[in-house]
Design a binder for this molecule. Sequence first.
Ligand code: BGC
Length: 422
Amino acid sequence: MPATNAPTTTPDGIPDGIPDCAAEGLPFPEGFLWGASTAAHQIEGNNVNSDWWQLEHSGDGRIAEPSLDAADSYHRWPEDMDLLAQLGFTDYRFSIEWARIEPAPGHFSRAELAHYRRMVDGALERGLRPMVTLHHFTLPRWFADRGGWTAEGAIDLWERYVRATAPVIGTDVRHVCTINEPNMIAVADAIRKLGAAAGETPTAGTPLPDKATTDALIQAHHRATAVIRSFSASGDIRVGWSIANQVYQPLPGAEAATAAYSHPREDVFIEAARDDDWIGVQSYTRTRIDPDGHPVPAPAEAERTLTGWEFYPQALGHALRHTARIVGAVPLIVTENGIATSDDTRRIAYTTGALQEVTAALEDGLDVHGYLHWSALDNYEWGSYKPTFGLIEINPDTFERTPRPSAVWLGGLARAGVLPRA
Ligand code: BGC
């Protein structure tokens, strides 16, 4: 890490004034993944062939600001990986962009495949194990224009793309995530359909995920899993997908209503992972449900983050236990957890609370294989740059990267090889 970027630290790498909770920690289980996550569209910049770029420039007022250059990680990924490795992380989750790899139907870009393979090699050379996501929200425009996931032939087209990623995955990428948050994709499709029907986009509540999209995504995941497994003759490639855990908590008397609310929004996607090699748990906050099956706003006095979500790090423990209950013996990996804040001390406080939940889950016998923080970098939060989730701050004018104290602290836990206890 360049000296100019380093926050003031004590000799053991812990920023001044931040408690060294590594001292009393639980040693990582063997092979534990310890890293940070990103997604192509949110950091690369100029993803011009994607449906999101199209939406950002549609001029219909739905998107506050466009992604434009993002963090320019398409060019600056070596710097990002240098920083993560120097900070002490051992794993980096990033996504490869279908819209770049297949800019027109059936036309696969050898240059873009080589670009992403260089990223895999670059990670391995730095001692970072890459976790590669094949699809993180953005679609090629042509695929979206022909009707997206539920159009005729969509799953075959997806499978063709997955097969084309073989040179990127090779035989040395251990963890592949097929689809990020399929439940949120199905919710977005429902919002689109409702919006089209009503002439406007609904703003309140979480609509039911679109059922046809849900079914299509589950099929797509199972197809991709079989294809990716076939890439490695030795069978040591591990495939899974990552589910958004909204941590639905029942108010008194709302147990049945909460279960009914959760099933189509979350559980059905977790059930579809029962034959996977791992499942990704992504958690940020909670949603309380009343006996009528309606979400209840967080109390007025609750601390809120820059996304407006309740500051509730305990959500991760609930998400892990809920997932384990449904998925059975499949290993759990926290593939996203973090906070949008302008106060890095709150990021450390939040992450400490969340990691204590991971420790408690492990001590209770849950098979947690890793923790990847969202996010490595400040990035494009699907419509706005205002919610800053990054361990590493990005200067939007110069693209200069500056690790925050939280990055040094979290990397320090990696070096110590321990998780904090409560
Ligand atoms: C997504 C990320 C997003 C994060 C914070 C997850 O839903 O996978 O792309 O930035 O949450 O909202």
